[in-house]
Design a protein around this ligand. Sequence first.
Ligand SMILES: [Zn+2]
Length: 414
Amino acid sequence: MGVGVVRLGLPREAAAARAVSADERLEALGSQWVRLDEAVLVWGQSDETARSAGLRVEAPSEEPAIEDLRLVTQVGRVFERKHPEVRVVLDKGRHLVVQLGGEQARRIDRENDVCYRVRPLVAGETVFCTVVPPPGTPEPREKALVGAVSRGTFEGYLTRLAAFPTRHSLSADFETAAAWAHAELERLGFTVEAVPISVESGTSMNVIAEGAGQGPGARGVVIVCAHLDSVNVDGGPSAPAPGADDNGSGAAAVLEMGRVLSGHSGAHDLRLILFGGEEQGLFGSRQYVEGLPTGERSRVRAVINMDMVATLNTPEATVLLEGAAVSQGLIDELAAAAATYTRLLVQTSLDPFNSDHEPFIDAGMPAVLTIEGADRGNGNVHSAEDTLDHIDYDLALEIVRMNVAACAAALGSV
Ligand SMILES: [Zn+2]
């Protein structure tokens, strides 16, 4: 039995107007479906079942069997660039459904590339979907902080970071970039330390800045983080790697959030972290989490990670909030902040992949990746082409505003 695709239609207006929800319509299909936002792969269905659920099945020209399909989660378009021979059945940018069976699937599995993951489809799984939270009422303190987000300073930070020839974790330029960020965070009033980490056979560092909260007694901590390093996968440590979007944008956003939240009046501590060694396989964040004593882990109220927040790959400015069950509450907070303070379209996923939120989630802490939406993948990352020319400042600033509001809420008030 072959596989077909049904379209649920795009959210926002549609979600509000439609009497029968997407979930209800999917229920009518039993469990023989996998959803990637508005596109749903279905199999083993009669046209009639689909029709009665109000869904029209588009059959692909050659019908693959469900056993021959895999879910790919990729950074940028790394999987497609490396494997142009693999047929893409459904293309949602960060997520693809591809036709891949037998020996070819096993060969790709063995590659163990850190920039993509290939796994079987799980029946009844929503890989990601758009959510439409109702807008809340702005809270005065959050509103003031959101209003302080500035294009000028964000652009200045990002321009500075993208001007380094590379920020490869094992390069001298990375050290210079880290020293610059360290100095900037100190200037903003944070207590900053550079912590050495090992990356493959070399050493690099994490830059960690602390802003104490005002709460009495035992305080929690809110972590805002991004990786500072960049990479050019086809070249070595000295090949050009401006990493404007990946991840100059996230690192600049950490600095901008630090500027807005410096001297914050929240109850809990604020910790900003710029990780090294992310591109080689999350070295900085894994070592950071491993080194956190149990008592420190339990103080962590929220981890907001930013990795690629400034390329517009979708018709509307869209953010993907990617976490796991442990971070569902934080996902809801971020989605509510987006609805209240921004015009962002929000997508959510509970299938975390390949960024610094993962080690926190693995250790049971509520971490969420906030990343640009990707209906159309970002083909420039990990190359010399990841330059400021492709940056969409409006998208990045909207994501920063959402994160500032959610961070302020998590910091609490005294
Ligand atoms: Zn990245």
